[in-house]
Design a protein around this ligand. Sequence first.
Ligand code: PA5
Length: 448
Amino acid sequence: MESIKLDISKAAQFLNPGSVEGYAPQVAAAQEALENGTCPGNDFLGWLHLPSSITPSFLNEVQTVAKTLREKCEVVVVAGIGGSYLGARAVIEALSNSFAWLIKDKQNPTILFAGNNIGEDYLYELTEYLKDKRFGVINISKSGTTTETALAFRLLKKQCETQRGKEEARNVIVAVTDANKGAARTAANQEGYKTFVIPDNVGGRFSVLTPVGLLPIAVAGFNIEQLISGAQQMEQETGKDRPFSENIAARYAAVRQALYSQAGKKIEIIVNFQPKLHFMSEWWKQLYGESEGKDLKGIFPAACDFTTDLHSMGQWIQEGERSIFETVLSVEKPNNQLLFPHDDENLDGLNFLEGKRVDEVNKMAELGTRLAHVDGSVPNIRISIPTLNEYYLGQLIYFFEKACGISGLVQQVNPFNQPGVEAYKKNMFALLDKPGYEAESKAIRERL
Ligand code: PA5
């Protein structure tokens, strides 16, 4: 089987010769610390050998529950936020028909997402849409207490029970949560829902290859065995004994850190030339943003969809402040073929493209952009994906996770915690007069 590839040549040219290789000892130390469990955040290293430890019988169990949901539901709502949401959505959108939501697909239930915002209109419109639908819910929350998810679940549970009856609702509500604690666990135990456990040692943003991602992906009709098998291959290919020159996760981590600390490149923009990868970029943003942005340092992860955003952010990237570098996700072979037709009148002047594939134009746009941005002093990293399928997405996910762990450790932060996300929650609870927050409520009101 092929693998995804990494090309850093057009980024390394912005660094002193040997800079990337200069990181080899730090990267090796980071890999050693991950393997030996001696790094900060070492109680969250369960993702490291997750692909190779997943058994066929576990995947079967996920498939069995997915089959029940697929048979009993025309719509399945996945409630979750952050790491309990983005991975599943990234894979499902990358593999789905772009117009899946318009197509009456008898084979696969429609997958919708909730619990990732507190928009009243969003939740109202969702509940309206579900009114005449046979729907089920996958409630995903590791802590089991996340407000956005808990709010959505409360609404969805009630509606599901009202529409389907309490008994049948129990068959179509599944919880993916902690083994023992949190409100999601308590509710699941009380109601007798089928549950899957998020392992203690796997943090949210590293959890897509647990049931957090696997269950929704299987319900959507995609092959989770292939996803895991791609991740397994990447686990091997990025192992600590791989030489630095051959280890793409090590090299990606090294070039990022070199660009950040030696070339003043503070912002990394992940770009795709396939709209289906939009949510893969969102997942990547969360993975790198929460892992590295702390202790007053970290590369700011941003994302653009090209060529769409070349008509907006393209100007900034070409000529704005030179504090950015780009990482391009390039899909070598689309799954479909579409040729440009001949037009007798040629009013648009596009007959020179007659008989060419749409992808050929896209690839030339990609190459042209790469050259233009490099000319404009934007270092360019390219990750090529042979084609969009479960296997290569599994590789891509594990590649990014491994590189993130290494990169965070090289940057000397704990890549596996996220203390900063508590600040807004504390203020929100104080402002909402949550019991237990009386002192904070008083203090915050005095500041308003
Ligand atoms: O990466 C993380 O840990 C976070 O983004 C969490 O996934 C997110 O906050 C959701 O948390 P929970 O699964 O506890 O609801």
